[in-house]
Ligand binder design. Structure first.
Ligand code: NAD
Length: 424
C-alpha cells in the first residue's frame, strides 16, 4: 500500500492530501487565509522514543507519535495505529481527518491520532503488552478522559485498549475507563463497538443506495482489507442487507467468486491460515485487481492511497464506500466524480466507529450502560441524519460528497471558533 500517492506527477503524502482537501474547501467557503492556516496545521504533536524489553532480554527502542489536531469542538479523539510504515506525516493526516469526522457527525470532539512504528506480527503478546504500556506512559502527559481519548486503529484492538486503560489508571491510582474507547465490555466497553465502523458504513451505504435506486439485496460487493472494518462490513452487508460478497483481500492478496463468498467462512479460514488467500472455491486476485472488480459497491477497508489517478479510470463500482481512512487521492476523486461513481467519503462513511466510541465514553463517564439495541438505534439515527446533511449539501452545491462533507464539517468548526471568540 503506497504511503504516498502520485498527483500531478509529484508524490503526495497523506498529509499533503489532507491539507489539499482543507485548502480547496476553505477557499470555496471563502475562509480568511489566517484561519485556513490554523485548520491546515495540527495544534500539538508529541514524538516519543521509548525502550521495550524483548522476550530474549534485549532492549529495543521504538518510536511513537500522538498528534492532537484540533480541539475547538471538544476533547481530542482518535485511534492508535501499530504498523511498520507509520510516519508522523501519516498520523497528522489521520488526526486531521478525525477532526472533520467528529464535526460532520456532530460529536463534541476534536481530532487526534497516534501511532507506533512496529510490526505487531513480529512481536509476542508480552512484547506487545510492554510496548503498549510504555507508549501509554509516554503519552499519558497529554491524554485523559477530558483531554484526549485514544481508540483502536490498524493492528490495535480491545486488548491493547485494556492495557492503555490499565496503565493510565495505575498512574492515577483509580480506574479511569473514560481514557480510551474500544475497551473490552468487562471494563466499560460498549456493546456494538467492535462492529460499529462497519455498521455505520452499512447505514451510510444503505442511504446512498436508496437515493440512487440501488437495491442492496443481491447487490455485489468487493472488500479490500479483511480486518475489523472489512470483515464486519462483509458480514453485516451479507446478514442484514442480503448483499453478495464477491471479492475480498488482505495484505497478502485477494480472492474472487462471482457466485458469492461466505464472509464468516473466509474469516474462519483467515484465522486458521493467516490470510484470505487460498480460500477454497475462489480464484486468486491481486490487491490491484480487487479494486477493479465489476461490482455494485466497493469497500476499501485497508490503508490510505488505494484508489489513485492510475486505477480510478478502471474502477467498476457504482458506489465506493470508504471504510478505510484516506483511501482515495484527490485526483482519483475527480475522476470518479466525473465518471458518475458515488464516493461516500471516509469522514462520513466510517464515522460509525467514533460515534459508538462517543457512546462508550458517555457510558464510561456515567458508569451506566446501554443495550445493543439502544446502541444500534442511536447509531442508525445519527448516520441517517449526517448522511442526509451531506447528501443535501452535495446536491445544493453540485459537488462530490467529500467536498460536501468537508463543507458541513468545516462550517461547524469555523462557527465554534467564532462563538468562542477565537476568530471574529
Ligand atoms: P485491521 O488491522 O483490523 O485490518 C486491516 C486489514 O487491512 C488487514 O486485513 C490487513 O491484512 C489489510 N491490509 C493491509 N494492507 C493491505 C493491502 N495493501 N491490501 C489489502 N489489504 C491490506 O484494521 P481496521 O481497524 O479494520 O482498519 C482498516 C481501515 O479502517 C484503516 O484505514 C483505519 O484507519 C480505518 N478505520 C478503522 C476504524 C475502526 O474502528 N477500527 C474506524 C474508522 C476507520
Amino acid at each position: 500500500m503506497p504511503k504516498a500517492a502520485k498527483s500531478g506527477g509529484k508524490e503526495m503524502s497523506a498529509f499533503d492530501i489532507a491539507q489539499a482537501q482543507i485548502e480547496a474547501v476553505g477557499k470555496r467557503l471563502g475562509l480568511d487565509p489566517g484561519l485556513l492556516d490554523v485548520l491546515k496545521n495540527p495544534n500539538r504533536e508529541l514524538t516519543v522514543n521509548f525502550p521495550v524489553k524483548m522476550d530474549d532480554g534485549s532492549i529495543r527502542v521504538f518510536t511513537g507519535f500522538r498528534v492532537q489536531y484540533n480541539q475547538v469542538l471538544g476533547p481530542f479523539k482518535g485511534g492508535i495505529r501499530y504498523h511498520p510504515d507509520v510516519t508522523l506525516e501519516e498520523v497528522r493526516a489521520l488526526a486531521a481527518w478525525m477532526t472533520w469526522k467528529c464535526a460532520v457527525i456532530g460529536l463534541p470532539y476534536g481530532g487526534a491520532k497516534g501511532g507506533v512504528i512496529c510490526n505487531p506480527k513480529e512481536l509476542s503478546p508480552s512484547e506487545l503488552e510492554r510496548l503498549t504500556r510504555r507508549f501509554t506512559s509516554e503519552i499519558s502527559i497529554i491524554i485523559g478522559p477530558q483531554k484526549d481519548i485514544p481508540a483502536p486503529d490498524v493492528y490495535t484492538d480491545a486488548q491493547v485498549m485494556a492495557w492503555v486503560m490499565d496503565t493510565f489508571s495505575m498512574n492515577e491510582g483509580y480506574s479511569v475507563p473514560g481514557v480510551v474507547t474500544g475497551k473490552p465490555l468487562v471494563i466499560g466497553g460498549s456493546k456494538g463497538r467492535e462492529e460499529a465502523t462497519s455498521r455505520g458504513t452499512m447505514y451510510a451505504t444503505r442511504e446512498a443506495a436508496k437515493n440512487l435506486g440501488l437495491d442492496l439485496a443481491g447487490a455485489t460487493i468487493a472488500v479490500q482489507g479483511y480486518g475489523n472494518v472489512g470483515y464486519n462490513a462483509a458480514r453485516l452487508f451479507s446478514e442484514e442487507c442480503g448483499s453478495k460478497i464477491i471479492a475480498v483481500s488482505d495484505s497478502r492478496g485477494g480472492v474472487y467468486n462471482p457466485g458469492g463468498i461466505d464472509p464468516m467462512e473466509v474469516k474462519a479460514f483467515k484465522d486458521k491460515t493467516g490470510s484470505v488467500v487460498g480460500f477454497p472455491g475462489t480464484k486468486p486476485l491481486t490487491n490491484e485487481g480487487l479494486l477493479e472488480v465489476e461490482c455494485d459497491i466497493l469497500i476499501p477497508a485497508a490503508l490510505e492511497g488505494a484508489i489513485t489517478a492510475s486505477n480510478a479510470p478502471r474502477i467498476r463500482a457504482k458506489i465506493v464506500a470508504e471504510g478505510a481512512n484516506g483511501p482515495t487521492t484527490p485526483e482519483a476523486d475527480e475522476i470518479l466524480f466525473k465518471r458518475g461513481i458515488t464516493v461516500i467519503p471516509d469522514i462520513l462513511c466510517n464515522a460509525g466507529g467514533v460515534t459508538v466510541s462517543y457512546f462508550e465514553w458517555v457510558q464510561s463517564l456515567q458508569h451506566f450502560f446501554w443495550t445493543f439495541e439502544e446502541v444500534k438505534k442511536r447509531l442508525e439515527d445519527i448516520m441517517i441524519r449526517a448522511f442526509a446533511e451531506v447528501w443535501d449539501m452535495s446536491r445544493e452545491e453540485k459537488v462530490d460528497m467529500r467536498t460536501a462533507a468537508y463543507m458541513v464539517a468545516m462550517r461547524k468548526v469555523v462557527e465554534a471558533y467564532r462563538v468562542r471568540g477565537i476568530y471574529p
